[in-house]
Every structure is written in C-alpha cells, then in structure tokens.
Design a protein. Sequence first.
Length: 125
Amino acid sequence: MLAAIEIERDAIESGNIDRHLAVLTDDAIFLPPNSPSKTGAELHSWLRGFLEGFRVEWLSFESTETLIAGEMAFHSYTYTWRVCARGGGEPTIAAGKGVHLLRRQPDGSWKIAREIWNGNPASPR
C-alpha cells in the first residue's frame, strides 16, 4: 500500500505528471489548503501546473499512521519540503501534515482516492 505513496512522492520530486496521475484513482479528489476541492480534469490541470511551475525537494517525509480496512486504507504523514519556482527565485521551506485515503485496485495494487493536507504555522524568527 505504501508503494503508491512512494510513487507519488517520487513523481512530485521528479516533476513527472504522468507518473503522478497513474497512481490516482479515476475519481480522485484532492482537498488542498485554502482552495476548493480538485477532481477530474481540474485536478489533472492543477497538478500539471504545479509540477511544471515548481521544483520540489522532500527534506523529510514520515508516515505517522497506516490502517487497512478491506479495500480501503488510511495513511497519515508529516512532511517538510523545499519548493522553488522553476523560473527562479528564493526557495520556500514549508512543513505540514496530511492524509491519504487509498483504494485497492482489482489487480491488488493501491491507488490514491483522496488526499488532504495543510501546512504548519511558520515558526517565529
């Protein structure tokens, strides 16, 4: 089940939109912070725009809980990443937490059906 999460992380860091989309269910819904839900063609376009516009480097990623219940799975995580616009500029380092809901596929593999995340408050300087 965690293989799907690793594929997603690698696809984000490498900027490989096709690999990222391949690990999502056809009815995947993302619930990004401070933004409306994304699904279908809108989700695909939104992800493509992000991966084409930004480079991501995972500084840390920790699975905090994983639970499998039949054909569904729950995965929570914490992360820290460095994000930099592909056009240049100073990178931003951000940390947060999130949840994946995954669905087992007929071939036994897992795909991400739902994802929600949000950032942690910035540390005082």
